[in-house]
Design a protein. Structure first.
Lengths: 191, 408
């Protein structure tokens, strides 16, 4: 059982929970990767469970940005191509100017031709944020984005997430067990 | 960024397994293409040379050897036959026409065949230059002979005894080139044709004025040494199908000659060669199947390695069908590369065989344009790719992305 959660445009919500409390399950439910046994998930007026198959994939691609714990990418193509692929899979047209500006904003435009495994952990995390925002989503869901970082980098990454995501007019939901973030976000809930 | 580009990038990422699959497919496609092309051209060439010849009459011996020597000019003759007996047979009412052949000499590897002008009309030859012989020792060159030996009208040369360059040269008389034929795509292209009298004359001349420095008794072939009483063979065209019922038996039972039926002997040859061709074709097909298995294993392994990437693509909005399409595209790209390599290998093989065959057997295989086998191998190769991709693609289609992302 998860509590009722609400997050608005340009807002950030922190969901804190220990291991085994179902944080990742919650994130997958919010992303429409799983169907809830009860209750509903609504995004900008659309109830996710009413969308089936490809329609839900399409909706997720266009409106939900995801950042996973390991910042995974398609290894065979460059960072830039990973971002272009995200737009392609979401059924959006090319927007090279936006992609370039996003990479520039996150300070990785010089690394855009690099393959993902050539990036440092920090660069990968920035590239993952860029990919989550490249489709101009309504919400970005992040899974444990700071767990592997030291205190200094934890704060920097959290700030970067909040500033970039809300700055692009999207809502941000961070799901983590990292208690260091507890006081970082005003809007937080424990599960 | 397109899905095809991604498929290409994924193949490049798994370079070694990609190369292995492409090479296996290439070898399979190349072998099948090579074997089918060579056997088709060989059949075509055999059929063209034999067209219109219902029976070959020669000295007793192997009927296949008689056909190979008299029609295709690629074996030694079985011996000589009596001119009187041959002339008697020529007058048989069931025979439409017959063409005498006398051979046993050559010039720089090309056979000199004594015959009459019927031989030229039988193979529908036309003259590029000059005309048919008017007298003994005049010769007409097949197109390949003229081209290879660079002989022009009015040129003279001495023939050699036997079919090798090492044979005794008939220096007492020379041949005069009076005609050069246009290419016909038949055995005539590779022959030096002359009147039967030329062969008789040159050997009579030899016997009278010149002692051969070799022993005819031990020579591995015979020809019209005792001319004009002998010729080497007779090509026969029947007037009606009745001929085939009566004449071969009559010749074989009532004369000292042998009658061989080209259709039967060549079918026998095809069936002998066919075993080899079929075996090689089967080997090629087996290699293609192994290649399909290699593509399948390569895709399946790559799928295991990339299952998180594929789940990631789903989370980015890719439908299961899009992932299915990506795997199929990767497989088809592999197969297209294998097909292209195979066609190149097949053609290189044909080029090598052509230069070797030209030197050894004066049999050249040519390949201009796109062969039928190359056309039907393309959909076959793509089908193999599609079948090999099916299971990995269905797995990608059915993958549970939530559990894959959770377990990473």
């Amino acid at each position: 059982m998860f509590p009722d959660l609400n997050v608005g445009k340009n807002e950030a919500l922190l969901v804190l929970g220990n291991s085994g409390t179902g944080k990742t399950t919650l994130l997958h439910l919010l992303a429409g990767l799983m169907d809830p046994a009860g209750g509903s998930i609504e995004l900008d007026g659309t109830v996710l469970s009413t969308l089936k198959g490809s329609a839900r994939d399409h909706f997720r691609g266009q409106h939900i940005g995801l950042v996973f714990q390991q910042s995974q990418f398609i290894r065979s193509i460059s960072v830039l191509e990973n971002l272009q692929l995200a737009r392609l899979l979401a059924g959006l047209g090319k927007d090279d100017a936006f992609v370039e500006s996003l990479l520039s904003e996150l300070g990785i435009s010089e690394r855009k031709q690099a393959k993902p495994n050539e990036l440092s952990i920090g660069e990968r995390q920035r590239a993952a944020i860029a990919r989550a925002l490249v489709t101009k989503p309504k919400i970005v869901l992040a899974d444990e984005p700071t767990s592997a970082l030291d205190d200094e980098n934890c704060e920097a990454v959290a700030a970067l997430f909040e500033r970039t995501v809300t700055g692009h007019g999207a809502a941000l939901v961070i799901v983590t067990h990292d208690q260091r973030l507890k006081n970082r976000f005003q809007n937080s809930v424990s599960i | 960024m397109r899905m095809l580009q991604l498929a290409y990038a994924n193949l490049k990422e798994h370079f070694l397994s990609t190369i292995l699959s492409v090479m296996l497919l290439g070898i399979g496609v190349g072998m099948v293409s090579f074997i089918v092309t060579v056997s088709e051209q060989l059949n075509d060439r055999f059929n063209r040379d034999i067209r219109g010849i219902d029976m070959v009459v020669g000295a007793k011996g192997s009927p296949l050897q008689l056909i190979l020597s008299a029609v295709y000019q690629i074996d030694n003759p079985t011996g000589n036959i009596s001119l009187a007996e041959a002339n008697k047979l020529k007058r048989h009412p069931l025979i439409k026409y017959s063409i005498p052949l006398s051979y046993g000499d050559s010039y720089k590897g090309f056979r000199i065949v004594g015959t009459d002008s019927l031989y030229l009309s039988h193979y529908k030859t036309t003259f590029a230059d000059g005309d048919v012989w008017n007298r003994s020792m005049d010769v007409v060159l097949g197109s390949s002979v003229a081209e290879k030996l660079n002989l022009k009208l009015g040129a003279h040369f001495h023939g050699n005894h036997g079919f090798d360059d090492g044979g005794h040269a008939h220096e007492e008389a020379h041949y005069n080139v009076v005609g050069i034929l246009e290419p016909t795509g038949t055995v005539a292209d590779r022959l030096i044709l002359t009147a039967t009298e030329s062969v008789w004359d040159i050997h009579n001349h030899s016997d009278e004025e010149h002692d051969h420095d070799h022993d005819h008794a031990t020579c591995d072939h015979d020809h019209a040494e005792d001319a004009p009483s002998e010729i080497t063979a007779l090509l026969v065209k029947f007037k009606s199908p009745m001929g085939i019922m009566q004449l071969p038996r009559m010749v074989n039972e009532k004369t000292s000659m042998q009658a061989a039926l080209p259709a039967i002997e060549i079918n026998r040859l095809y069936s002998l060669m066919g075993v080899g061709f079929t075996t090689l074709q089967i080997i090629g097909m087996v290699i293609m199947c192994i290649a399909a298995l290699s593509v399948f294993i390569s895709l399946l392994n790559s799928l295991k390695e990339r299952k998180y990437e594929l789940a990631l693509m789903r989370s980015l909005g890719a439908s299961p069908f899009k992932l299915f399409g990506l795997i199929v595209q990767e497989s088809l790209l592999l197969c297209l590369a294998g097909y292209a390599l195979g066609i190149i290998l097949g053609r290189v093989g044909i080029m090598l065989l052509s230069s070797f065959g030209e030197d050894q057997f004066q049999f050249s295989v040519s390949q201009s344009g796109i062969a039928d086998v190359e056309i039907w191998l393309l959909p076959l190769t793509l089908c193999i790719g599609l079948i090999a991709a099916l299971i990995p693609a269905i797995r990608a289609y059915k993958s549970d992305i939530s559990s894959i992302l959770r377990n990473e």
